[in-house]
Ligand binder design. Structure first.
Ligand SMILES: Cc1ncc(COP(=O)(O)O)c(C=O)c1O
Length: 435
């Protein structure tokens, strides 16, 4: 029977309850929130390349290239450096679920929302989770983490490197050595920091690290680059299991408990990314192209130059915000250069200002979570978005939106201050890429 709502799709009609499906035509936006940010056009182009079969030698060649590219980004020699198909938390969950056996003790130092996410994932993996908490807007002194590890030695310490909810970056250089002293593994969530600030996986003795593409790498969300060392490998190999339908003759499983997730079984993912290419999922072809291109672009710029660009652009944004009389959130010494928390001035409706920026200027900035919801805005200057012009647009738009929403900010000072900051010599010795 014909529906009463025949509707048009292009030139044809079809029977559905929905009124009309137009061509996908998202409005132009400048994404200056805490992620996702604008995708580099080179990455979009890479994603439009034709698909290949997952065992095509050209495609497995690309997989090997991806491993090499991410080793360079992670500053590691770890062989097991590859992609998990899913957003950043898929990478986090893969490592945590594969390392944690029911009853294992895990310590999570929490300094923002994403520390709570690590607890949540660890608890679902049936860990006994201990936490220590730092006030949002601060980070831990390594001695506080060492005290907690000494008090109740865990199998694993799981910590966030840069927590976008608070904009803080936890210094990691000493934490790895602490974990080794107490024979604990160290997992790090580097979603917000990869290619934005220094991340030395081998030198800092980080055992397992997970990230995503949608922040400083300027790719789309949906692929999670991870790296794990031989300590993690030894742990998951004890839990090795292969699905019956593809199990090689004579296969001897590990003697540990089977990893609860099939999709996120690190040992099966290693088999898939090994030269044996033991079938697991169907690799997300276009996302692998995206991950390859984001890494290629970042490494072509050079890590030091990229870090310096993030610092320089972040400093100019801060100069402009301060010139407007706005207060920055949190401990300035530990703030990530590429995500800036701004206190919403008293009496100003933060959501109305954000809406004005989106509606009038097409610029997205973020709010925050939990205790910071409605208290701060978060402005991201990451990857492809991290450019002089974008900072100037954003400051001009924020100033106009604030003035229209009752905040008496001085006209024109923010853009001037940012221009001055860009004109001044860099305050560090690192070579700066052009913003
Ligand atoms: C620090 C951090 N960890 C984890 C995540 C979760 O990432 P996803 O949403 O890609 O799963 C985010 C996302 O914003 C993040 O900022």
């Amino acid at each position: 029977m014909k529906s009463e709502n025949p509707i048009a799709i292009g030139a044809t009609t079809c029977d559905t309850a929905s009124p009309r499906f137009d061509d996908l035509n998202p409005p132009p936006r400048l994404l200056m929130g805490p992620g996702p940010v604008d995708v580099d056009p080179r990455v979009l182009r890479a994603m439009s390349m034709p698909l290949l079969g997952q065992f095509d030698p050209v495609f497995t060649g690309y997989m090997n290239e991806v491993m090499a590219l991410y080793r360079a980004l992670y500053q590691t020699q770890n062989h097991w450096t590859f992609l998990v198909d899913g957003t950043a938390r898929a990478g986090i969950e893969t490592i945590l679920t594969s390392v944690i056996s029911p009853g294992d003790r895990v310590l999570v130092p929490i300094f923002g929302r994403f520390g709570h996410l690590l607890c949540e994932i660890a608890r679902r993996a049936r860990a006994e989770v201990d936490t220590i908490e730092a006030e949002w807007g601060t980070v831990f002194d390594p001695s506080a983490i060492e005290d907690a590890v000494r008090r109740r030695p865990p199998k694993l310490v799981a910590v966030v490197h840069g927590d976008t909810s608070t904009t803080m970056a936890q210094p990691l250089a000493d934490i790895g050595a602490i974990c080794r002293r107490y024979d604990a593994l160290l997992f790090v969530d580097a979603t917000a920091t990869i290619s934005g600030i220094d991340l030395r996986v081998d030198e800092w003795q980080l055992d397992g690290v997970a990230a995503g593409l949608q922040k400083c790498l300027s790719g789309p969300p949906g692929s999670a680059p991870i790296t794990v060392n031989e300590r993690v490998e030894a742990c998951v190999r004890r839990r090795r299991h292969v699905e019956q339908g593809i199990r090689p003759a004579g296969f001897v499983p590990g003697d540990g408990p089977v990893i609860q997730s099939n999709y996120m079984d690190l040992s099966m993912l290693m088999d898939y990314w090994s030269e044996h290419r033991l079938n697991h999922h169907t690799e997300a072809t276009s996302m692998l192209y995206a991950a390859r291109e984001t890494a290629r672009v970042a490494l072509a710029e050079g890590l030091e130059a990229r870090f310096a660009r993030h610092r320089r652009v972040g400093q100019a944004l801060v100069a402009g915000l301060r010139a407007m009389g706005l207060k920055l959130f949190g401990d300035a010494d530990h703030k990530m250069p590429h995500v800036t928390g701004v206190e919403i001035p008293h009496g100003v409706n933060g959501d109305a200002v954000r809406s004005a920026m989106l509606d009038d200027f097409g610029i997205e900035i973020g709010t925050s979570f939990g205790p910071l919801h409605g208290r701060i805005w978060r402005i991201g200057t990451m990857g492809y978005t991290c450019r002089k012009q974008n900072v100037l647009f954003c400051l001009a738009a924020l100033e106009a939106a604030l003035r229209r929403h009752g905040a008496g900010v001085p006209a024109g000072r923010a853009v001037d201050a940012a221009l001055d900051a860009f004109a001044a010599p860099a305050v560090d010795n690192v070579h700066n890429a052009r913003p």
